[in-house]
Design a protein. Structure first.
Ligand SMILES: C[S@@+](CC[C@H](N)C(=O)[O-])C[C@H]1O[C@@H](n2cnc3c(N)ncnc32)[C@H](O)[C@@H]1O
Length: 397
């Protein structure tokens, strides 16, 4: 059976809940690109089920542990396998039933459908050729699965080797419409919280090669506020990404007082060189969910702010418990993503969090005026795959 891909226009009524996010950032084309990527991830999961030889055991019914031991998968592959099975279930390909053994049993009620990767890629490039890096990164991750499953290598080794850098630079880019949404909406929210304040100091964590920094500085420039900045403290632990980011930011914004340095969000800041706070604004896009101890990391960020200063973090979010997000297919094979401390209340599982978990974690770290923008609790009932949000909180005055 062939499945048509026709996402149509974005759901009506969404605009009412975008709040301070301009409608133009989530137009029909961006919506269609996001839908295409979600469908591509589902079809890659079907393709992986074949490549990992999951189908015979799934036809009989098996728990994740039985599948893993029957096929000789490494223990470290377990989170990625669980996520892959969850994605197939969410796509209607598997049923998940409880078993006396305590674990869930996954069953394929009929043969898994054939993936349509080539057709979907062609359709995606027709929609917007600039979305290619999102599909390329998913493909690269999927290609690594069999060797990672067999314990022959790690996701980090396969996807962070020198030959792969171009893939990441193209993906974390404001030219890639699927990723840019994270940066652009975070930039709008962050610029607003910074307020018109001469002498403002901004700390960015996990700045990578600077795609969010560019989005924020462009937004401030558009508003004629670049001259307000006394310091843009651009931090990123990877020297390669940091140097790329620093070069680009100096070239694009020569008048901005930029400082580039390494900073690990898991460690106390005083141990890592001089702290130039207190900051008016702390920002980061798609970095805080890898914090090993989320509340400790958020607490450090709060302490680095002046009273009344804001933390604004762009994050990929899941809108329902265990909901698969396309980026899971890439990041579930990374230890930095899976090996974090969990807590039933504040951080129920590793990986991308739900808006309610972020709100609880920020409150536990002492932030006030905690919120998630746009209003994803309302949006999810109209469109359950709006995976980009901005989480924010303020240091009490
Ligand atoms: C998903 S990338 C986002 C990069 C950048 N914010 C952007 O949007 O272009 C996450 C970044 O977080 C950085 N990172 C990972 N672990 C970190 C840690 N413990 N402390 C600080 N940054 C970290 C990575 O090196 C990477 O550059």
């Amino acid at each position: 059976m062939r499945l048509a891909f026709d996402p149509g226009p974005r759901p009506r009524g969404l605009d009412a809940f975008l709040g301070e996010i301009p409608d133009a950032l989530f137009d029909d084309r961006t919506f269609a690109c996001c839908e295409l990527v979600a469908r591509y991830a589902d079809d890659l999961a079907l393709d992986l089920a074949r490549r990992l030889n999951l189908a015979p055991a799934l036809a009989r019914g098996a728990s994740t542990a039985e599948l893993a031991s029957g096929l000789g998968f490494a223990d470290s592959f377990r989170p990625a396998l669980e996520s892959l099975l969850g994605r197939l279930a969410a796509a209607g390909e598997l049923e998940r039933s409880p078993c006396d053994c305590g674990a869930a049993v996954w069953v394929a009620p009929r043969p898994l459908r054939e993936p349509e990767l080539a057709e979907l890629r062609a359709r995606g490039l027709e929609l917007d050729p600039a979305m290619a890096p999102s599909l390329d990164l998913l493909d690269a991750a999927a290609a690594a699965y069999p060797a990672v499953a067999a314990g022959l290598t790690t996701g980090e080794h396969e996807l962070f080797s020198a030959g792969r850098i171009a893939l990441w630079l193209a993906y974390f880019s404001n030219r890639n419409p699927v990723y840019a949404l994270n940066n652009l909406q975070t930039a709008v929210v962050a610029a607003r919280r910074l307020g018109a304040r001469p002498g403002a100091r901004v700390l960015e964590v996990g700045g990578g090669a600077g795609s969010f920094s560019v989005a924020l500085l462009e937004e401030l420039d558009r508003q004629g506020r670049l001259a307000d900045l006394a310091l843009y403290d651009f931090t990123e632990p990877s020297p390669f990404f940091r140097r790329r980011g620093e070069r680009e930011l100096h070239a694009r914004f020569p008048g901005v007082a930029l400082r580039a340095r390494g900073l690990d969000i898991d460690l106390p800041y005083e141990e890592q060189g001089p702290v130039d706070g207190p900051y008016d604004l702390a920002v980061g896009v798609n970095v805080l969910h890898v914090a090993r101890d989320l509340v400790a990391t958020l607490t450090r960020l709060r302490e680095a702010l002046r009273p009344g200063g804001w933390l604004v973090a762009g994050e990929c979010l899941r809108l329902f418990p265990d909901q698969p997000v396309p980026a899971d297919l890439v990041f579930q094979i990374f230890r930095s993503f899976t090996e974090v401390s969990t807590d039933p209340e504040l951080r129920p599982s590793h990986g991308f969090l739900e808006p309610s978990s972020w709100r609880r974690a920020l409150a536990a770290a002492g932030f006030e005026e905690v919120s998630v923008v746009p209003d994803l609790d309302r949006i999810r009932d109209l469109y359950p795959r709006f995976f980009a949000g901005v989480v924010l909180g303020r240091r009490p005055l």
